[in-house]
Design a protein around this ligand. Structure first.
Ligand SMILES: O=C(O)CCC(=O)C(=O)O
Ligand SMILES: [Fe+2]
Length: 290
């Protein structure tokens, strides 16, 4: 670890203009229990934590996941690996990654057990673009007008599980026999979910541009209008962390109370990120408590 971070003990600095916080002085080499505990509290409070100015390795990133016994922010699965997200093909930058990530989303929203969190570390960055934005979905819930909130309170949102974000059939799925997507294979989750650890309520809408989302029981037009209105809150900068990546920056986010999206970057520039997914072991399905 470098300079300043080594001398200080753990300090959490909240983002002054929006969501999330910076973590200073976390000791990734020894990960002392008192720091891990404090970090976990900060993770639950802020949802998005950024580590800047640390010199981290893949081993640090993986060990961080392994501290389950200490109540580390995440749990660990035995086959956990660092996934390399790169746009290099045969060493040549080839396009700006997946378009799906350009939309606001909660990772794997259409799974029964969406992942608890993710860790992303910037390895190589383009000269421009490639910024990532996170939105605090607790703040969005708190900001919703009372009438809208009471319309959706206790309702389920339905996500199609047949097609992926590129419009291709997901593995093992067959093309639906009807145009009415409400009858397609789907998963339903509460549109307002109670966070299992903080007890706070967060809005859960899966993915922003997905026209196959439906607030179960509402007329389609009303459902669409409400989802668009919710998105207008997600898009407010005061609920966001705007991450202009610097090399080595590492962000860990709580996937239960946030959404995120990435910006594009020039096709011929390299962007490489190292990513680890926090397991759902022992976690309940998304639920809602009145
Ligand atoms: O590459 C990024 O900045 C974020 C991409 C993304 O959506 C993810 O890693 O889940
Ligand atoms: Fe994502």
């Amino acid at each position: 670890m470098s300079g300043d971070a080594e001398r200080r003990d753990l300090t959490i600095v909240a983002n002054k203009v929006g969501a999330g916080a910076d973590v200073l002085g976390f000791d990734f080499d020894t990960m002392p229990s008192h720091q891990v505990g404090a970090l976990r509290s900060a993770w639950l409070k802020y949802g998005i934590l950024r580590f800047r100015g640390y010199d981290l390795t893949d081993e640090h990133q993986l060990n961080f996941l392994k501290r389950e016994e200490d109540g580390a922010p995440t749990t660990y699965k035995d086959d956990e690996k660092v996934t390399v997200m790169t746009n290099l093909i045969n060493g040549v930058p080839s396009g700006a990654g997946s378009n799906v990530e350009l939309e606001w989303h909660t990772d794997s929203w259409f799974w029964e057990y969406p992942p608890v969190g993710e860790i992303l570390r910037a390895m190589e960055l383009p000269q421009t673009g490639g910024d990532t934005y996170w939105a605090d979905m607790y703040a969005v819930y708190d900001a919703l007008p009372e009438d809208l909130r009471s319309t959706i309170e206790g309702r389920l949102i339905q996500f199609d599980t047949v097609y992926n974000g590129h419009g291709n059939l997901r593995k093992g799925k067959e093309a639906p026999k009807t145009d009415d997507f409400r009858l397609w294979e789907h998963i339903r989750h509460p549109i307002i979910r109670t966070h299992p650890e903080s007890g706070r309520k967060a809005v859960f809408v899966g993915q922003s541009k997905h026209e196959k989302n439906w607030i179960v029981g509402l007329p389609l037009e009303e459902s669409k209008e409400i989802l668009a209105k919710i998105l207008s809150y997600v898009e407010k900068p005061e609920f966001q962390l705007h991450q202009k990546w610097q090399p080595g920056d590492t962000v860990i986010w709580d996937n239960r109370c946030t959404m995120h999206r990435r910006e594009t970057w020039p096709d011929d520039q390299t962007r490489i990120m190292h990513r680890t997914t926090c397991n759902t072991k022992g976690q309940p399905r998304p639920f809602y408590v009145y």
